[in-house]
Design a protein around this ligand. Structure first.
Ligand code: FAD
Ligand code: NAP
Length: 357
């Protein structure tokens, strides 16, 4: 499906370390969009032209050579590297194959391959293993198809769809790196068309009954689906309680969509709790706010509230999971394994829903 950009907003200042964007899209002919808050939009991006050029040089190819790809069929090498193959990420499967088939590399196992791959791209691989570059056009067979990237939908309208994303930019091996999809999206202007798809996420859905209270926990771009949830919940004149616990780095530079959040709060539709981790000497995170509001949150849990967690799989989610299980132990007199079982059962029953990445 093609979608057209109608608005692109940089929410963080240009000077900030992180650049977060809110992009709005619509069907080019204005057709109705069919998704629900909590679903994802997948984006098929185009690789950075500069990186494609450098890889062509390293492989000693002009780009006009023709290659046959499993999915795309016959395309030029430039097109293959630009649109069809992963080059900004180094898939550890390539390292595994190199070690098995060519006896290259000295990784001790899968974990070592994952660690080596993190931050490296295909150009790094060709630099560090010139034997691979000598393969020329044959090297393209080693590359994975360019995967669509997932973005949590940050809206609830059948006319437009919004995504909230961080442009992935970092420095590694003395080179400035840019994630393919996030920077492709960040570089688009109004009127541009992209290839995208809606993907259903039945495990992250608002309760059928609008009177059921909801408690949302998010950090960083983990705010995204909650913008959609709130847009949906405020459409009902009288709904259940909506609580949002949101964490970011600094209030001045990274209070994502805070005007909108404050508007919902002022209208009496949202109980808003904000944690800024870098605005004081000690880290202040979402789980600290959660602990401060224990009485209120436990009462809501007992009243049947649905709990949502969105953001980092490595940091936010484990911290919140640990705290909820601690509360199950404290409040219900459970031991650790029973608290874990209750957590798992609550997830199965969709009382607790996670969208983490
Ligand atoms: C279910 C799901 C929902 C998601 N929702 C959102 C969302 O709403 N908003 C959002 O912004 N993202 C979201 N993501 C993440 C998103 O899909 C992409 O992974 C993200 O935008 C990066 O993709 P990219 O193509 O720009 O980067 P890629 O080209 O894929 O590059 C990423 C790679 O860069 C490297 N890298 C990244 N940062 C660093 C660093 N600091 N140091 C060293 N190496 C680094 C790593 O090797 C990493 O694998 C979601 C992911 C999933 C799975
Ligand atoms: N695969 C990718 O390339 C990619 C691309 C984009 C996003 N992501 C992932 O998307 C998620 C969101 O990224 P983001 O940069 O918007 O936000 P983020 O990195 O999750 O940071 C948002 C806030 O969470 C805080 N935080 C750090 N550790 C925490 C913990 N243990 N518990 C609670 N809060 C914690 C951060 O504080 P401090 O930083 O001050 O400690 C910051 O205030 C992360 O999982 C990120 O890794 C991945």
């Amino acid at each position: 499906m093609q979608l057209q950009i109608t608005q692109s907003q940089l929410l963080t200042p240009h000077s900030a370390i992180k650049s977060v964007y809110l992009v709005t899209l619509q069907h080019p002919q204005g057709e109705r969009l069919s998704y629900q808050p909590g679903d994802w939009l997948t984006v098929q991006a185009v690789n950075p032209a500069g990186l494609v050029r450098q890889i062509l040089e390293r492989l000693n190819l002009s780009g006009s050579e023709v290659v046959r790809l499993r999915k795309a069929g016959e395309v030029s090498v430039s097109d293959a590297l630009g649109r069809h193959l992963e080059i900004t990420q180094l898939n550890p499967a390539i390292l595994n194959k190199m070690q098995r088939q060519l006896q290259l590399g000295e990784w001790s196992g899968r974990a070592a391959m994952i660690e080596y791959a993190y931050g490296r791209d295909i150009l790094d691989l060709l630099t560090e293993f010139p034997q691979m570059a000598q393969m020329g056009i044959e090297f393209l067979d080693w590359l994975a198809p360019l995967a669509p990237r997932y973005y949590s939908i940050a809206s609830a309208s059948d006319k437009t769809v919004q995504v909230l994303f961080k442009a992935v930019r970092y420095r590694f091996n003395d080179r400035e790196k840019s994630g393919v999809a996030s920077n492709f999206l960040a570089g688009l202007s109004c009127g541009d068309l992209i290839e995208a798809e809606f993907k259903e996420n039945p495990m992250f859905k608002l309760p059928d009954d609008p009177l059921t209270p909801i408690v949302m926990f998010g950090a960083g771009t983990g705010l995204a689906p909650f913008l959609g949830f709130m847009q949906q919940r405020v459409q009902q004149a009288n709904g259940g309680d909506n609580l949002l616990f949101f964490g970011e780095t600094e209030k001045a530079h990274a209070c994502l969509c805070c005007d909108q959040l404050e508007e919902w709060k002022a209208a009496g539709r949202l109980d808003l709790f904000l944690a800024f981790s870098r605005d004081q000497a000690d880290k202040r995170y979402v789980q600290h706010l959660m602990q401060e509001q224990k009485e209120k949150l436990w009462a809501l849990w007992e009243a049947g509230a649905v709990i949502y967690i969105c953001g980092s799989q490595q940091h936010l989610a484990p911290a919140l999971e640990a705290l909820w299980q601690k509360w199950f132990m404290e409040e219900l007199g459970l031991d650790a394994s029973a608290a874990l079982a209750l957590w798992q059962q609550s997830r199965k029953q969709k009382r607790i829903q996670l969208d983490v990445y």
